[in-house]
Design a protein around this ligand. Structure first.
Ligand code: KMH
Ligand code: ZN
Length: 272
């Protein structure tokens, strides 16, 4: 089976130090968490950034600072800025980091409830605008899908020329408002992709490690990190993103799946 790409979502936009004191805010903390994840086997860092007080931001300057700091401590890792940002941000704000021309960035392919009164808005025209922005800059989108209809949206947009094959998807499962993180639903999502697509799975909260195990067995790839879950196991908070990546790598090795280096991940994803 193909080597396993582990993505670490080290920071997110919603999780705070109240949830887990190890959630990084400052540039230094973000670089430290990226390094801990990379050292444990992560090939990709899915990146959100914060102000020093924890406020989520899509500032291009802040991304630039954080990317520079990460590259200093792990030069070969793939950095994948978020264009999802935080609920309520404008399109312009969300797209700011694409001007830095990263190798990859996320492209959220549909609107969904995000708990309480929160709605994460991604209309069809927004998705087209974001996809065109990334095409112009040579950025490979990681198509984030929170439900099956979003897979269908990506398939439609590929047919219209907004997205290029082979597409790479991230199934974000277990969000309060999206598809649940169950084996049945992961089989459904993976079975809905066009031939030749690659995919990773992000299980939110308690379904993180069950989805990791499923993803590894099914030949997909996996994402772990504070954005999705702050626990290492029931009742035990992770001390770092590295601990969570190490657990995913351990499960993979037990199941006979080797871990991809960033350069191997670039080959698998067609980044070079
Ligand atoms: N913070 C969420 C509202 C992405 O990174 O592209 C959206 C999100 C998706 O995290
Ligand atoms: Zn994200």
């Amino acid at each position: 089976m193909e080597k396993l790409i582990i993505t670490a979502c080290i920071c997110g936009a919603e999780v705070t130090k109240e949830h887990n004191p190890a959630v990084p805010y400052t540039v230094k903390e973000i670089a430290k968490e990226a390094k801990s994840a990379y050292d444990a086997g992560a090939a990709i860092i899915h990146l959100h950034v914060r102000e020093d007080d924890g406020t989520p931001t899509q500032s291009k300057d802040r991304f630039e600072e954080c990317i520079k700091a990460i590259k200093e401590v792990c030069p070969e890792v793939i950095i994948q800025p978020s264009t999802g940002g935080a609920v309520g941000m404008s399109n312009e704000e969300r797209l700011a980091p694409t001007d830095l021309k990263p190798e990859m960035a996320t492209l959220d392919c549909g609107t969904c409830n995000f708990g309480g009164d929160e709605i994460f808005v991604n209309t069809e025209n927004m998705i087209k605008e974001f996809a065109e922005n990334m095409n112009e800059r040579g950025i490979k989108p990681e198509i984030e899908v929170f439900d099956k209809g979003m897979v269908d949206m990506a398939i439609r947009l590929e047919k219209k020329g907004y997205l290029k094959k082979p597409m790479h998807f991230d199934f974000v499962m277990g969000v309060n408002g999206g598809i649940s993180g169950t084996p049945r639903d992961l089989l459904f999502m993976a079975g809905s992709l066009p031939e030749g697509s690659t995919w990773t799975v992000s299980g939110v909260g308690r379904c993180e490690y069950p989805m990791v195990a499923m993803g590894i067995i099914m030949g997909g790839h996996v994402r772990v990190g504070f954005e999705d879950n702050v626990y290492l196991e029931k009742g035990v908070k992770a001390k770092s993103n590295g601990e969570m990546v190490a657990k995913a790598a351990r499960i993979a090795r037990e199941l006979g799946r080797e871990i991809a280096t960033p350069d191997e991940a670039r080959q698998i994803l067609g980044l070079k």
